[in-house]
Design a protein around this ligand. Structure first.
Ligand code: FAD
Ligand code: NAP
Length: 307
């Protein structure tokens, strides 16, 4: 294109008609988002059991496991939207690939939870209840027999096998980390070592002791569990917050190129962990266990991470 025609094109883009067109486009995007929001109601999902794993105390938040009946998804008649593409039945949720369940909180929005157990009939979510937590508080107030909208969401991650797998979990992030460890241990894909580092405030904030012990007994050479406590000193546990020195000490692959990592926590926790791993000489996506597949939205832009 000549510079003159380039100039003409940019002049043309500034006409009121063009501007109006762009406004229309924006409006239709907004309408589409509204439609998607409406669509994201999920399927009515019944709470059938509630078990407390960590009791509330002055300095400790409670953790419960909620068991829900798997709903039978109705065949959707809605138009094809980005959300619909990623919305999946609960039975298709792949815990080991980081898929999540979206719990539709009335008057708020669908919030992510990691499915930590699934059978043909039911699934478990394990959640920490935060003070004034809009989503966790609502779910905590559900009584057995109540229903809430929910659906599965594909996170479009892929499995990147390697000889050494390091899993870093912050607090209730173990809900995703332990199922990933369990699946990785069961896979015959050449992995020789799986090390799970779990950062908790105190021992009393931890749970799933029996499941962890069972994995240790089943895979005595392949699986290693390391606890780090920030607010308690205990002989067999590391002490403090996770830092690069701790990561270097806990994760010692024979060949760094063969190491695969996944971290689970808040965005900030995961970002900080990524920075630490980069400092230690690991590279992304090569050293990631579950890198995200590159995908484009229908509008051509990258999809955003949901919460
Ligand atoms: C992919 C994914 C999977 C998830 N899986 C699980 C899961 O399996 N189990 C689970 O419990 N949660 C999980 N979460 C977190 C969950 O989605 C909610 O963010 C969480 O329940 C808090 O939401 P809320 O609305 O109750 O709290 P908000 O209303 O957002 O916050 C309430 C108060 O709690 C504080 N708060 C929130 N988070 C923290 C924190 N980590 N530490 C200290 N204060 C905090 C806030 O600052 C605020 O003051 C997951 C998140 C993602 C992105
Ligand atoms: N797939 C996912 O993305 C997924 C799945 C499940 C859960 N989650 C998220 O995981 C989060 C876990 O929170 P939690 O309340 O259970 O954790 P928490 O109890 O507050 O903290 C767990 C440990 O992490 C330390 N810590 C806190 N913030 C840190 C930071 N920025 N950098 C390094 N260490 C930090 C704490 O140290 P101190 O004692 O010093 O604070 C503590 O030792 C939840 O908010 C949940 O949203 C995400």
């Amino acid at each position: 294109m000549s510079s003159a025609s380039k100039k003409r094109k940019s002049d043309e883009e500034d006409t009121p008609e063009e501007e109006e067109g762009r406004t229309e486009k924006k409006k239709s995007k907004k309408d589409k988002k509204k439609k998607e929001k409406h669509f994201w109601k999920g399927w009515p999902t019944k709470l059938i059991r509630k078990v407390t794993l960590v009791n509330e105390a002055e300095d400790r938040l409670p953790v419960h496991t909620l068991t829900f009946e798997i709903p039978t998804p109705a065949t959707s008649s809605s138009s094809t939207t980005t959300s619909e593409d990623k919305m999946i039945p609960h039975t298709s949720v792949c815990m080991e690939l980081g898929d999540v369940v979206k719990m539709v909180i009335p008057g708020y929005k669908p919030k992510s939870y990691s499915m930590c157990r699934k059978t043909d009939q039911e699934f478990d979510l394990t959640l920490k209840v935060y003070p004034d937590g809009r989503a966790s508080g609502y779910l905590d107030r559900l009584a057995v027999g109540d229903t809430v909208g929910s659906f599965g969401l594909r996170k479009n991650k892929q499995h990147n096998p390697g000889a050494f797998v390091g899993i870093i979990c912050f607090g209730v992030g173990i809900t995703e980390g332990l199922p990933v460890a369990r699946a990785q241990l069961a896979l015959e894909d050449g992995t020789t070592k799986v090390v799970l580092l779990w950062a908790s405030r105190t021992t009393a904030d931890t749970f799933w002791k029996d499941s962890i012990q069972q994995l240790q007994e089943q895979y005595p050479n392949k699986f290693q569990m390391v606890h780090i406590l920030s607010r308690e000193e205990k002989e067999e546990c590391l002490h403090g917050r996770i830092n690069p020195q701790i990561l270097g000490q806990v994760f010692r692959p024979d060949d760094k190129a063969q190491a695969r990592f996944v971290s689970v926590g808040t965005k900030e926790m995961m970002k900080q962990t990524d920075q630490m791993l980069l400092q230690l000489g690991y590279t992304f996506p090569q050293n990631l266990l579950l890198p995200k597949q590159q995908e484009e939205t229908k509008e051509g832009g990258k999809q955003e991470e949901e919460d």
